[in-house]
Each structure stands twice: as structure tokens, then as C-alpha cells.
Design a protein around this ligand. Structure first.
Ligand SMILES: CC(C)(COP(=O)(O)OP(=O)(O)OC[C@H]1O[C@@H](n2cnc3c(N)ncnc32)[C@H](O)[C@@H]1OP(=O)(O)O)[C@@H](O)C(=O)NCCC(=O)NCCS
Length: 263
């Protein structure tokens, strides 16, 4: 259903499984008998919730299913006492979200690497991170992401063994980290462009199942240039929208999101 609604060849089954392991409470499907017509999911990070994977089967669109799914998931978020909701909206979804009180806050750019760009040599300064490093990552990441999402980070670190990298500052504290997923680099976080670049080079020393992509907040003005040096060009983008009170995030230090659904 997701493939039919979004088009393209990206598989989302593994990602969905991890989301449902994390907390199935925020996920909804619309059904007709045994057929799934639509779905949406929310991740409640406490300081804000993130909504994603909003889709309705092409032959069932325009009948109010999307609106009903979104209203239901927003009620779930509200009942939990979480006032702010973020999402990354396609052009198809944005009018619906605007009518439900969402407003533009930033945009989000999708960069994809040219197939021909070859692997890089892994830099010595990049260390490998694993599930035991969640607490170190959290110390760096929480003020940048604006919420604690260590359970999600733990799941993603476990899902991609040997594919998470970090850098250390002079005092030995973590100064950046990146996870190379199957074909996407993210989460990828650093306050300095030079650190982000080391992490990118480390990630690109690995193999990817398809041309790797990166989803970067528009507020990170340096990402485009750094990525261009390694063969990435913009291939898409979405609107970053918010409903409810403002949230504190350092979006210029976010180089790669997990995906569009989780931030
Ligand atoms: C976005 C999407 C989930 C909306 O689902 P839907 O069931 O078609 O939406 P609804 O029927 O509830 O319509 C909601 C609003 O969308 C807009 N809309 C729906 N169909 C539309 C159409 N054919 N043309 C223009 N606007 C349309 C309208 O603003 C509508 O508002 P209304 O209720 O005041 O009429 C669906 O179009 C979809 O799956 N698109 C492809 C995947 C995607 O882009 N998902 C969004 C990710 S952010």
C-alpha cells in the first residue's frame, strides 16, 4: 500500500517493523475488510511527536480517509499531553495538514548520490559505534534533536551493526555520529561541517544496497555543498511543518534524518 501511494521502489517493511517495535500505539490503518486502504503513524518523543508514513491507496484517495487517519492520530497525541507535532509533508499531503492547523517551519531536502561515485577510504579519526554507545550519543544528540529518542537510536544501531560512526573532540567526548542505513545516511549529526564531512567519508567507505541518499533540513545550509563534493545532488524535497508550540532544535547541526517519518 505504501509503495502504491508513494511510487518508487523504496521498501519500507523493515523500517515499519522497527517503528511498531518501538511503540505500536501511535499507528493506525484504515481497512475495508482485509484490505488496508491507508495508514499513518506517530512517534511521541515527549517534547514533540513526529507523524509520518501517511498514505492512502491511490484508488481510495479523495474520500476523507487521509483526514480521518490524521485526526485520529492527532487525538492520540493530544491525549498523551504532547502539544507539538512535526511532520515532513509532500505536496499531496500539505493542504490537508494546513487545514488541520499545521504551518510551514522549514523545508527538507533529499540528496541522492550519483551511481558512478565510488567508495571513499575510511578516515582514521572515525570510530565505530554500537548499541552500547547510546548514552554517549544521547548526550550529544538530545539538545540538537530537541528530544530524547534513545530507544529509537538503540534500535537503529542494533539494526546496522558496524555501520555507525562517531568522532571525538579533544576531551574525548563524542562530537558527531552517523548511521549508514541500507541506502540512507542518517541520523547524521555534528555541530561542525568538518566533523560532518569525516562522518560522511566514513559512511561512504561502506557498501549500499542502492545509491545512498540523505534527507537534510533546509536550515542546514552547509549540507548541500559538503554533499556535492561527494557526488550527491538534490533529487527531492518536502515541507517541514509544525502544529502547536515551537520546539527547540538545532536544525543546522542535523545533516541527515532517519527518514521522513521519524525526523
Ligand atoms: C496525502 C494523502 C494521504 C491524502 O489522503 P486522502 O484520503 O486522499 O485525503 P482526504 O480524502 O482525506 O482529503 C484531505 C484533503 O486533501 C486534499 N485533497 C484530497 N484529494 C485531493 C485531490 N484529488 N486534489 C487536490 N486536493 C486533494 C483536500 O485538501 C482534502 O481536503 P478536504 O477534506 O477539505 O476536501 C494521499 O493523497 C496520499 O496517500 N498521497 C500519496 C502519498 C503522500 O504523499 N502522502 C503524504 C505524505 S506527507
Amino acid at each position: 500500500m505504501l509503495k502504491a501511494a508513494y511510487g518508487g521502489r523504496e521498501g519500507r517493511a523493515e523500517t515499519l517493523r522497527r517503528f511498531l517495535t518501538l511503540d505500536a500505539g501511535g499507528w493506525r490503518v484504515a481497512v475495508d475488510g482485509n484490505t488496508i486502504l491507508g495508514c499513518v503513524g506517530a512517534l511521541d518523543y515527549g517534547r514533540f511527536a513526529y507523524v509520518g508514513m501517511m498514505a492512502v491507496r491511490p484508488d481510495a484517495q479523495g474520500r476523507g480517509i487521509g483526514r480521518a487517519l490524521m485526526q485520529d492520530v492527532l487525538a492520540w497525541i493530544g491525549d498523551r499531553g504532547t502539544a507539538s507535532v512535526l511532520l515532513d509533508a509532500t505536496a499531496a499531503g500539505a493542504p490537508l495538514y494546513t487545514s488541520l492547523g499545521f504551518a510551514d517551519e522549514d523545508d527538507v531536502c533529499l540528496y541522492t548520490r550519483a551511481e558512478a561515485a565510488g567508495p571513499t577510504a575510511r578516515p582514521d579519526s572515525a570510530i565505530t559505534l554500537g548499541p552500547d554507545d547510546v548514552e554517549r550519543i544521547r548526550r550529544l544528540d538530545a539538545p540538537i534533536f530537541g528530544a530524547d529518542w534513545q530507544r529509537l537510536l538503540g534500535l537503529w544501531l542494533a539494526a546496522f551493526p558496524g555501520r555507525a560512526f562517531g568522532t571525538r573532540d579533544r576531551s574525548g567526548e563524542l562530537s558527531g555520529f552517523a548511521i549508514a542505513q541500507e541506502n540512507r545516511i542518517g541520523p547524521w549529526v555534528a555541530r561542525e561541517a568538518a566533523v560532518a564531512e569525516v562522518l560522511l567519508v566514513a559512511a561512504l567507505s561502506l557498501r549500499f544496497s542502492d545509491a545512498p541518499s540523505v534527507i537534510s533540513p533546509g536550515a542546514n545550509r552547509a549540507a548541500r555543498e559538503v554533499l556535492a563534493r561527494y557526488g550527491f545532488a538534490q533529487t527531492g524535497g518536502t515541507r517541514h511543518m509544525r502544529r502547536g508550540p515551537g520546539v527547540s532544535q538545532e536544525r543546522a547541526s542535523i545533516w541527515g534524518q532517519v527518514n521522513y517519518a521519524a525526523g
